[in-house]
Design a protein around this ligand. Structure first.
Ligand code: ZN
Length: 610
């Protein structure tokens, strides 16, 4: 809206300059050639002033900066706050050379110049500017360049911020090896064109030309994959025990209500951590009611992953993770109440129904099964997918019978059987194995932080890192040797079952999808995907299969098979650039250099806190 206003104001201003530009075109060939030469030299001159202007800002050079503007009281500057006139006024407000009042970084893209008449050129470009290197403002800026006795100068300048729904400018990514997310043969030395936030085209560079005027990012030697998709996260957990007092009670120093309030006030902390690790979409599979606002807030954002959110969990077990005035877990007393809960979720904007089927025995499974069956039937009636937490085979069987589209953990207690595998295949159920989340609980119980988790602290918000480091101060829960032995025994017993089940389901055609359970203690939003991806490979998937599980298959589990998780024309331009080859090893996913969200290219260093 603001941009339209400014354009109309500018067009009105320009008409004063444009009395005679049209007629000269039908003149003799010599005149046509003269105009063409004039046009080329004017455009080059305007481009040079534009570059000098940007360079002066980047170099924080006040004198050079002011020198690019028309030294006249007719200089016009305009932005959201209105017109400002005159060079003196500009000079009065310009920051001193070298001071911190200049932007930390200014990126200018998509410069388009239009020759108007001899000595007059109009231009637009898209800017991204940051004053602290972390918070970025994106906008569109115009320039009117004019020839004066003292050389070419900027006579009119405008700058207006754009909203998230204004797509990023088009860009060509050239030279990288592209992995499509479906497991197809990689395209070497590719040309990938992004426009309007979508993938416009992809193919070998040799067969496609970069359209004229498009900004080019050279990525020779690198690899491009679709953005990673984590199908199991919780924005209502913190990554530490302040969000899980049932794991270790730190509420005296870190009240649970305060931790939950911080999560709600600043989901941006997790958004950025996800992006910095190449995660461009997540499934929030259970949390406080406010998490239902995340999908709308993030869908068009350049600074956040897509979020699909389930809202409060319908649960069979109460670990005490509710606030007095609101609940992330609700406990149906009978089937009618369970159905009513599903209808309430649908009316309140939940995009899925999460059933937390925590049971201690197969007898309990049988007792509680009717609740899950009722929830599944009602979810189907209101048109919402059903997601189920089930780690016992008997529970997982009920989940699939109830119509679950996604099982968010492995079956841990025994090997899956043909009946279960067949039921998953028939129902089209996906499974996210969450192989590594239990390791965080082991560290909490041992009051220690693994080197792996320590390496994750580089990607998370300082408020999260600071708390995680306090894990070593937690009181020990007994003899560390015994605790370690107990976790090791469990890992050995369940790890082999989980790996075998993953492979059995995968071979049968059940989609295995990336899921971390991020938000649980020491399973941090974002970087926890790295060990999880490696664990999927160690369990028996090939690196290429892991990549498909983390992209196109995960997109399908989110209900977004049609526009996320693949590098294909028409899909959302969510991409990750890696230095290592992800078809050779899943560890390559750690080598992120750029993350593209809806066509906006972020360098990784622009996404991490210093
Ligand atoms: Zn979970």
């Amino acid at each position: 809206m603001r941009v339209h206003l400014s354009t109309s104001v500018l067009v009105a201003a320009l008409t004063l300059w444009l009395p005679q530009s049209v007629g000269a075109r039908q003149a003799d060939p010599a005149a046509v050639e003269a105009e063409s030469t004039q046009r080329a030299s004017d455009l080059a001159a305007a481009r040079a002033v534009f570059s000098a202007n940007l360079r002066a800002i980047q170099e924080r050079n006040r004198e050079d900066y002011l020198g690019t503007y028309l030294n006249s009281d007719r200089l016009v500057r305009t932005g959201p706050s209105g017109f400002e006139l005159g060079w003196e006024d500009l000079a009065a407000g310009a920051a001193p050379t070298g001071s911190d009042d200049w932007p930390a970084e200014l990126l200018a893209r998509d410069l388009r110049l239009q020759w108007l008449q001899a000595g007059l050129v109009y231009g637009t470009y898209r800017y991204r500017v940051s004053f602290d290197g972390l918070e970025w403002v994106e906008g569109i800026s115009e320039r009117l360049f004019t020839k004066t006795e003292g050389g070419w100068k900027i006579a009119v300048t405008t700058a207006f911020g754009v909203n998230d729904d204004t797509p990023s400018p088009p860009v060509a990514l050239v030279g990288a090896t592209v992995h499509d997310g479906l497991g197809g043969p990689p395209i070497q030395d590719a040309l990938l064109i992004l426009r309007g936030g979508k993938i416009e085209s992809v193919g070998p560079r040799a067969r496609n030309a970069v359209p004229l005027g498009l900004d080019v990012i050279e990525l020779t030697g690198k690899h491009i994959i679709p953005g990673l998709i984590d199908t199991h996260v919780h924005y209502s957990q913190t990554g530490w025990v302040d969000g899980r007092p049932d794991a270790a009670d730190v509420t005296e120093e870190y009240p649970y209500a305060a931790a939950m309030a911080l999560n709600q006030a600043h989901p941006d902390r997790f958004h950025r951590a996800f992006l910095s690790c190449g995660v461009t979409s997540v499934f929030d599979v259970g949390g406080y009611p406010w998490t239902r606002t995340l999908p709308g807030a993030t869908e068009l954002s350049r600074e956040a992953p897509h979020v699909v959110a389930a809202g409060p969990l319908i649960a069979t077990f109460d670990p005490g993770l509710n606030l007095l005035d609101r609940r992330q877990m609700i406990f149906p007393s009978d089937e009618d109440e369970a159905r009513a809960m599903v209808r309430s979720h649908a009316a309140s904007g939940s995009q899925a129904i999460k059933f937390w089927f925590v049971v201690r025995s197969d007898d309990e499974v049988a007792v509680k099964a009717p609740l899950l069956m009722a929830v599944g039937e009602e979810a189907k009636a209101v048109g919402l997918p059903l997601i189920v937490h089930a780690t016992r085979l008997a529970a997982a069987k009920v989940a699939v019978a109830a119509g679950a589209s996604l099982l968010v953990h492995s079956v841990e207690n025994r090997a899956v059987d043909d009946e279960f595998v067949g039921a998953c295949v028939a129902a089209g159920t996906s499974l996210s194995p969450t192989l590594t989340v239990v390791g965080g609980y082991a560290q909490v119980n041992l009051s220690e932080i693994s080197d792996e988790v320590r390496s994750h602290l580089a990607y998370v918000h300082p408020s999260v890192a600071e708390r995680v480091l306090k894990t070593v101060d937690l009181p020990l829960r007994g003899d560390p040797k015994l605790i370690r032995a107990s976790f090791d025994a469990r890992a050995e017993a369940t790890g082999a079952i989980m790996a075998a089940n993953l492979v059995a389901l995968h071979r049968a055609g059940v989609p295995i999808v990336l899921g971390t359970d991020a938000g649980n203690p020491l399973t941090l939003h974002g970087p926890s995907v790295f060990p999880e991806l490696e664990a999927m490979e160690a369990a028996g998937l090939s690196p290429s299969e892991v990549l498909v599980s983390a992209t196109s298959k995960a997109a399908a589990a989110l209900g977004r098979a049609g526009d996320l998780g693949r590098i294909e024309p028409g899909f959302v331009a969510d991409l990750v650039v890696l230095t290592e080859d992800p078809s050779k090893s899943s560890s390559a996913m750690r080598s992120v250099t750029h993350v593209v969200r809806a066509g906006t290219v972020h360098r990784r260093d622009q996404l991490v806190w210093d």
